[in-house]
Design a protein around this ligand. Structure first.
Ligand code: FAD
Ligand code: SF4
Length: 521
C-alpha cells in the first residue's frame, strides 16, 4: 500500500501530465503544499497508443522523474508511479482512480491536456470517478483558444503571417513605435542559403545522463524493446536548469547563423544551427515567452542580426502558436482530412528499410539515432516524398507522431496534414510544399552522395523526386488549378509534350509499384 508519509489529510489531487512540467503553471503555483498531493504516472497506455521512439519515452520519463524530485524539494507531496511499479494499472484513469482510493480527497485538478483525445477523456472521467474535476487553462501559450478563434472568425483564409503580425503587436516583440523593428515584418528572403561550411557548426551542449536517466534508459529498454529508434547515446536536457543552459548556448553560438542557414541541409550534420528546443518547450521545461525574450534581447544587444532573431522568433511566436490554433479550431475533423484522396501505405523505408535515395536514407537514419530531424528535413525530404507518393495522411501522421522527441498531436498533426501534405486543402498553408530533386540539390549536399542523378529526369538513374513531382501535378491538376501559387508549374505542365508526360507517368508508376517490395530502390 502506498504511504503518504505525512499526517495531513489530502484534499486535492493535482494530476500532472508528461508535457506539463512547468513550475509556473497554476496547478503548481496555487497548490496547498500542506494538504494537496501531486500525482504523476508513467503509463503504458500513453507510451504505446502510438509506439513512441525509445529516446522520446526515456526523455519524457526522465524529465517527469526530475520534475517530481524538484517538487518534493519544494516541500510538495508527490505520488509518483514508475513504469516498472508492479501495481501500475498503466492508464491515467487507472492511476487516478487508484490514487483516489488510497487517499482521502475531494477533488481532482488537472491542467487542460494538449491533446484532443485526452481532453475528451477527461470529460468522461467526471462520471467514472464521481468527484469534481477542475480543468485549468494551459497558460504557457501566447494566444488563448478564445483569442485564436476570434482572430480566425469570419476570415476566408487563415494565414500564419497575418496572425504572427498581430502576435508581435500584442506581445510587443521586435516592435518600435507600433512598427516592426528594421522596417519589415519578415526576413525570410534572407534565410534560404545553402550551407557550404562558411562557419564552424557549434556542437552540443550534451548532457551526460545522471543516475535517474540511466535507470530510465534501462527501464525503457526493458519495457519497450520493439519500439523504433535508439535510446542511447542520450544527450538531452531533462531538467529546467539544463534546458536553460541549452537555450543560452543556442542564443550565444547558433542563433547568429540561424537565419542564414535555417533551410540548409548537410550530409552527417543533423542539427546545423537549429536550437533543439522543441522537446523542452513542448513538455514545459521552457516557456515560449522566455525563449522569445532572450532572442529579442540578443538582437537588441547587437549580438545577432535581425534576420536571425526575427526568423527564429517567427517560428515560436508565429508558427507554433498558429498550428496550435489550427489544431483546436478544426479538431476532431482535422484527423480525417484527405484533400487528394491519398491512400498509399507508408513506404517501409520510413522504418529503416535500406534505400538508395540518399536524402531519405540520411533523414531516416538520423531520426532513428536522435529522435530528431530539423524542419526542412521533415518538410522537404520526408514530408515531400510522402506527398509525392500520395501516402495516406493517417499513416504519415502516426509515423511523425511516433518518431520525434518533440511530437505531440497538437503540433504534429497540423504540420503533417496541413503543411507537409496539404491534405486539408489549404486551411493551414497557401500551397503544397512539394518539390523536385532540384530544391534538395540546391539546399543540401545529399545528391553528391546519392546513387541517383538529380540532373536526370527520366530512366533508371533519374532522381525519383523529379518524375514523382510532375506525376503528382499531372494526377492532381484539377485540385491545384484554382491555387494561384501553383500557376507557374501548372503552366509548364500544360506546355509539356504528351510523350514526355507519358514517360513521367511510366517512370512514376514503375517506381510506385515497387516502393514496398523488397527491392532496394
Ligand atoms: P528550430 O528550427 O530551432 O525552431 C525553433 C522553434 O520553433 C522550435 O523549437 C519549435 O518550437 C518552433 N517551430 C518551428 N517550426 C514550427 C512549426 N512548423 N510548428 C510548430 N513549431 C515550430 N514541431 C514540434 O514541436 N513537434 C512536432 O511533432 C512537429 N512535427 C512536424 C512535422 C512536420 C511534417 C513538419 C514539417 C514540422 C514539424 N514540426 C514539429 C515543426 C518543426 O519541424 C520542429 O518544431 C523543429 O524541427 C524542432 O526543432 P528545433 O527545436 O531545433 O527547431
Ligand atoms: Fe534525394 Fe534525388 Fe538527391 Fe538522391 S538525387 S539525394 S534521391 S534528391
Amino acid at each position: 500500500m502506498f504511504k503518504w508519509g505525512y499526517h495531513g489529510m489530502p484534499r486535492t489531487i493535482r494530476l500532472i501530465l508528461g508535457d506539463q512540467l512547468t513550475p509556473s503553471l497554476d496547478i503548481v503555483k496555487h497548490a496547498d503544499f500542506e494538504n494537496d498531493v501531486f500525482l504523476m504516472a508513467e503509463v503504458r497506455e500513453e507510451a504505446t497508443h502510438i509506439k513512441h521512439h525509445k529516446k522520446k519515452i526515456a526523455f519524457i520519463f526522465s524529465a517527469m522523474r526530475h520534475f517530481a524530485k524538484s517538487l518534493k524539494q519544494l516541500g510538495a507531496k508527490v505520488r509518483y508511479i514508475t513504469i516498472s511499479d508492479p501495481q501500475n494499472t498503466n492508464s491515467l484513469l487507472g492511476e487516478t482512480a487508484r490514487a483516489i482510493k488510497d487517499t482521502n480527497i475531494n477533488q481532482l485538478v488537472v491542467t487542460e491536456p494538449s491533446e484532443y483525445r485526452l481532453r475528451e477523456e477527461l470529460e468522461a472521467w467526471k462520471q467514472r470517478l464521481a468527484l469534481p474535476i477542475t480543468i485549468l487553462p494551459d497558460t504557457r501559450f501566447l494566444a488563448t483558444h478564445h483569442e485564436f478563434q476570434s482572430w480566425a472568425n469570419g476570415k476566408k483564409q487563415l494565414r500564419m503571417e497575418m496572425f504572427y503580425r498581430e502576435m508581435r503587436q500584442k506581445h510587443n516583440i521586435l516592435m518600435a513605435h507600433s512598427r516592426p523593428i528594421g522596417g519589415k515584418w519578415n526576413y525570410d528572403a534572407q534565410n534560404q542559403k545553402a550551407f557550404k561550411g562558411e562557419v564552424d557548426i557549434p556542437q552540443g551542449p550534451d548532457f551526460v545522463p545522471d543516475g535517474i536517466t540511466k535507470q530510465v534508459i534501462r527501464e525503457v529498454s526493458t519495457h519497450f524493446p520493439e519500439h523504433f529508434g535508439h535510446v542511447e547515446p542520450f544527450n538531452f536536457a531533462v531538467t529546467r536548469e539544463q534546458a536553460l543552459q541549452a537555450l543560452d548556448a543556442f542564443i550565444q553560438y547558433k542563433l547568429p547563423h540561424f537565419g542564414d542557414f535555417q533551410d540548409a541541409m548537410k550530409q552527417d550534420e543533423p542539427f546545423l544551427f537549429h536550437s533543439l528546443l522543441s522537446a523542452y518547450l513542448n513538455c514545459g521545461l521552457l516557456t515560449p515567452l522566455e525563449i522569445i525574450i532572450k532572442a529579442q534581447n540578443a538582437y537588441l544587444a547587437h549580438k545577432v542580426p535581425i534576420n536571425a532573431a526575427e526568423g527564429f522568433i517567427r517560428q515560436i511566436l508565429g508558427w507554433r502558436e498558429f498550428v496550435r490554433g489550427i489544431y483546436w479550431l478544426f479538431m476532431p475533423d482535422y484527423l480525417r482530412e484527405n484533400y487528394f484522396d491519398a491512400k498509399r501505405a507508408l513506404p517501409s523505408l520510413y522504418w529503416g528499410k535500406p534505400t538508395k535515395m540518399n536524402c531519405l536514407y540520411q533523414c531516416v537514419k538520423e531520426t532513428q539515432e536522435n529522435a530528431y530531424a530539423h524542419h526542412i528535413q521533415r518538410l522537404m525530404i520526408l514530408g515531400n516524398f510522402a506527398a509525392l507518393c500520395q501516402v495516406s495522411p493517417s499513416e504519415l501522421q502516426d509515423w511523425f507522431w511516433s518518431v520525434y522527441i518533440d511530437a505531440f498531436e497538437w503540433v504534429e498533426l497540423p504540420n503533417v496534414t496541413g503543411m507537409a501534405l496539404f491534405a486539408d486543402g489549404g486551411k493551414l498553408a497557401s500551397k503544397p510544399y512539394i518539390s523536385s530533386g532540384n530544391y534538395i540539390n540546391k539546399m543540401s549536399d545529399y545528391c553528391n552522395h546519392c546513387h541517383y542523378d538529380v540532373k536526370q529526369k527520366q530512366g533508371d538513374k533519374a532522381c525519383p523526386f523529379n518524375y514523382l513531382y510532375w506525376h503528382f501535378l499531372l494526377e492532381n491538376e484539377d485540385k491545384l488549378s484554382s491555387n494561384h501559387r501553383m500557376r507557374m508549374p501548372l503552366n509548364t505542365l500544360v506546355k509539356m509534350p504528351n510523350d514526355k508526360k507519358n514517360l513521367i507517368k511510366k517512370d512514376a508508376l514503375i517506381f510506385l509499384s515497387k516502393i514496398n517490395d523488397e527491392t532496394n530502390f
